[in-house]
Design a protein around this ligand. Structure first.
Ligand code: F6P
Length: 355
């Protein structure tokens, strides 16, 4: 019988458990043994694996995947493994997979995790398939990563709450959202919540320009009779939220302005319908691709790019991890056409946001 292993790695994201559930069902349906690796690459180095089966049965004393599949976080646990970044750690991980008789590994995670998966495949000939999972949506070749939709829904709900109190007091708020270097969560949520302005790293504005921009929007909105002003700021914009708000307040005098950093609240919670569906379909495609002999690739959801290898799911294509990582770097440094399109779109609507 074949054996597949699966791990979740890096920042957890809602939908990881749904992906695990789908992987378990896919393996069980094909008579394949599935091993779940505890705590990502860290657990892999130490060979900490447990057999995973679908349904209501206990997984290390926890409720079965029937229940856990609909919860946020990751039941397998996750780490950002420093040891795996070293060649020795990767060699030990490859040994552990061989000892456990693993034929292929599914890595569910973000950029760091996919980089690790690529190195494992290249250096040790381990068969690996990546599944993009990160609330940041900063992974190349895929239009969506697992967890992004839920994170956006959480941001929207939080902003609705902030809206209520802001209107009551006629206040301005700067709300910081996660996303590391990527402004996607800020860009997408700002449109969805009807924010008056959005700030993200890719705009490349210095601190004084940011302060002037926010002060200008706040002044304009209150002058037009608005009772609330909402500015969404991406984490990647380096000026801390509190300093930005203090400087805007100094510039404007009488205006009331507050800062809210949503932080890790955005990363938790039950996965949305979209995240559960995307997780399940990506995990299914990843397991099937591995069993069909593919390796050193990632399954991508509705790719915005040409190329890739089609799967039986019209929305899922496979891309080599090499291409995924190159495209990821291009998204970050702004040379990707996908990022250029996002920026262009935001520039077009920026003028109407405060209206
Ligand atoms: O990559 C996901 C993410 O949540 C980023 O948005 C954020 O910058 C980072 O992880 C936080 O990491 P940690 O939970 O390790 O502090």
């Amino acid at each position: 019988m074949k054996t597949v292993a699966v791990l979740t790695s890096g920042g957890d994201s809602p939908g990881m458990n749904a992906a695990l559930r789908a992987a378990a069902k896919t393996c069980a349906g094909r008579g394949v043994r599935l091993l779940g690796v505890r705590e990502g690459f860290e657990g892999l180095i130490d060979g900490r694996m447990v057999e995973v089966v679908p349904g209501p049965c206990a997984l290390l004393g926890e409720p079965g995947l029937d229940v856990l599949g609909s919860q946020g976080g990751t039941v397998l646990g996750s780490t950002r493994s420093a040891r795996f970044r070293e060649p020795d750690g990767r060699a030990r991980a490859a040994d552990a997979l061989r000892s456990a008789g693993v034929d292929g590994l599914v890595v569910i995670g973000g950029n760091g995790s996919l980089t690790g998966a690529h190195l494992l495949a290249r250096e040790h000939d381990v068969r690996v398939m990546g599944v993009p999972a990160s609330i940041d949506n900063d992974i190349g070749c895929t239009s969506l990563a697992i967890g992004t939709d839920t994170a956006l829904n959480t941001i929207v709900e939080a902003c609705d709450h902030i809206d209520d109190t802001a209107r009551a007091h006629r206040r301005a708020f700067v709300v910081e959202v996660m996303g590391r270097a990527c402004g996607y969560l800020a860009m997408a949520s700002s449109v969805a919540v009807g924010a008056d302005a959005v700030l993200f790293r890719e705009q490349q504005r210095d601190e004084d320009t940011l302060v002037r921009a926010v002060a200008g929007v706040v002044q304009q909105c209150f002058h037009r009779g608005k009772r609330r002003v909402l500015v969404i700021k991406a984490e990647g914009v380096e000026i801390p939220c509190t300093r930005l708000v203090r400087r805007v307040a100094e510039e404007l005098g009488e205006v009331e302005i507050r800062a809210v950093v949503l932080g890790h609240i955005v990363r938790g919670g039950h996965p949305s319908f979209l995240d559960r569906m995307v997780s399940a379909r990506l995990a299914y495609a990843a397991v099937v691709s591995l069993l069909e002999g593919a390796s050193d690739e990632m399954v991508a959801w509705n790719t915005p790019l040409p190329g890739g290898v089609a799967t039986s799911d019209g929305s899922v294509k496979r891309f080599t991890l090499e291409r995924v990582l190159a495209e990821t770097a291009a998204l970050e440094d702004g040379t990707s056409p996908v990022m250029a399109r996002r920026l262009q779109l935001l520039q077009q609507v920026e003028g109407v946001l405060p209206l």
